[in-house]
Design a protein around this ligand. Structure first.
Ligand SMILES: [Zn+2]
Length: 436
């Protein structure tokens, strides 16, 4: 029997990343340990491996607490959002106000000087929030049984909007705060902000007959703070690593780049940087000469693997590319008897920056009831299975083989349809970030 994707081999990478190393917040020493492990693995396979290093701004919560002060006193468990705002050790005290969302309809001067109890910040409304100057935020998780998510709360470019200390609480605690008629509370979020370095790890397998045509496949290896990220995304990283082993043994007509993306959770930093760079090089080359193909022209497909391995779950593929690509996934799903929910949509992950510069992308993931554990302390290896990983990995391998090796001429145009490009633009707009 020939080489084939092995779920137990992939699972070993998850054990290393999510159990042995643990939480891999971008720029942390665990993040570097993970990067070293992945790089060492690619090099051990004999792949030409390079790193693309970059700087990120990050925030470490040193102390976070929430106390209801009136009409009763109670301490409530919470997660602090280090980059939304900070307080001194004494915290901030204020009156509570509940608004359902931070849509414009609810943003009135009634929130000025108060602690807003709500479900999250709409980033595009940050300018309005800035003007209204609330004192801080308590964010309630959307569903019962969710642990408070570990988010930084904001990205550096939004810090200019002001200092809004914020904490996240469970649905149950949020419910209690509202139902009990709590009127005043104290929030403490002491955090340390720093500039750190992280990297993309890029391992190249040169194509034998079409080395000029490039296929990217990868997943991010970082996590949100203090979270092991077994499913998100040691899972996708492990599939990338195992696919590298498989395609080296099977051989490849086209050039395949296996990429472990850095700092996805802070805001798709690694993939944005990569997309920005090939776009800038393309622009520069085209200003001088319109004939020769640039690296961007030669990058034909991006395969993104983010959130994988759940024992109980269903497979999803989100396409940002020609409809032929969507059809090929639907067809293979039927043919191989592995059900994938295939749709044309933006998946908030590393495929999107590449498609924003015109490279068709497919994001594979595994949707699961345990998605409620994503970005929380419960994203652990116990919920994953080598068999689930193997079924997803083999499907991706089979599908990629069509483009990596089987096709003589590349079978679809390197183009992202206008309607999907519009969705990508909206995604960046809502996020408050420039397109790469
Ligand atoms: Zn992820």
């Amino acid at each position: 029997m020939g080489t084939i994707f092995d779920g137990s081999k992939a699972f070993k990478h998850i054990e290393k990343l999510a159990v042995e190393i643990g939480a891999r917040t971008a720029g942390s020493k665990e993040d570097h340990a993970a990067a070293d492990y992945i790089k060492g693995y690619f090099e051990g396979l004999g792949l030409d491996t390079t790193v693309q290093e970059f700087e990120i701004e990050t925030g470490d919560v040193k102390n976070a607490s929430l106390d209801v002060l009136k009409p009763y006193g109670e301490s409530i468990a919470c997660e602090g959002m280090s980059m939304l705002g900070q307080t001194g050790p004494e915290g901030i005290e204020g009156e509570l106000i509940h608004i359902e969302t931070t849509d414009e309809e609810y943003l009135s001067p009634a929130i000025t000087g108060k602690i807003v109890v709500t479900n999250g910040v709409k980033r595009k409304n940050l300018p309005i929030i800035t003007k209204l100057k609330p004192l801080g935020f308590i964010f309630i998780e959307n569903y019962p049984r969710m642990q408070p998510k570990h988010f930084w709360g904001n990205y550096s470019e939004n810090m200019a909007h002001g200092n809004f200390p914020g904490v996240r609480v469970t649905f149950e605690d949020g419910f209690k705060i509202l139902k009990s008629g709590a009127t005043h509370a104290r929030i403490v979020v002491e955090a340390e902000l720093s500039k750190l370095k992280t990297k993309n790890i890029i391992a190249e397998l040169k194509g034998t007959s079409h080395p000029d045509e490039i296929i990217l496949v990868g997943g991010h290896y970082d996590t949100v703070p203090g979270v092991r990220g077994a499913s998100d995304n040691a899972g996708g990283t492990s599939i990338t690593m195992e696919l590298a082993r498989v395609f080296i043994e099977k051989g490849s007509k086209r050039t395949v780049r296996f990429i472990a993306w850095g700092s996805e959770e802070m805001g798709l930093d690694g993939s944005n940087l990569y997309a920005k760079k090939i776009k800038a090089d393309d622009r520069e080359a085209k200003e001088k000469d319109t004939k020769s193909e640039t690296e961007l022209d030669r990058t034909r497909l991006m395969v993104n693997l983010d959130v994988h391995g759940a024992l109980i779950g269903t497979n999803v593929a989100a396409v940002l590319g020609p409809s032929m690509l969507t059809d090929s996934l639907k067809l293979l799903s039927k043919e191989s008897g592995v059900v994938f929910d295939v749709k044309e949509a933006v998946y908030s992950s590393d495929g999107t920056p590449l498609s924003a510069v015109g490279v068709p992308s497919v994001s594979f993931s595994r949707r699961s009831g345990i998605d409620i554990m994503m970005h929380s302390s419960e994203d652990i290896i116990e919920y994953l299975s080598p068999d689930a990983l193997e079924s997803q990995g083999r499907f991706v391998e089979k599908w990629m083989t069509r483009y990596v090796t089987s096709a003589i001429a590349f079978p679809f145009k390197r183009k992202v349809p206008e309607k999907l490009m519009k969705q990508i633009k909206e995604y960046y707009e809502n996020w408050g970030k420039d397109l790469p």
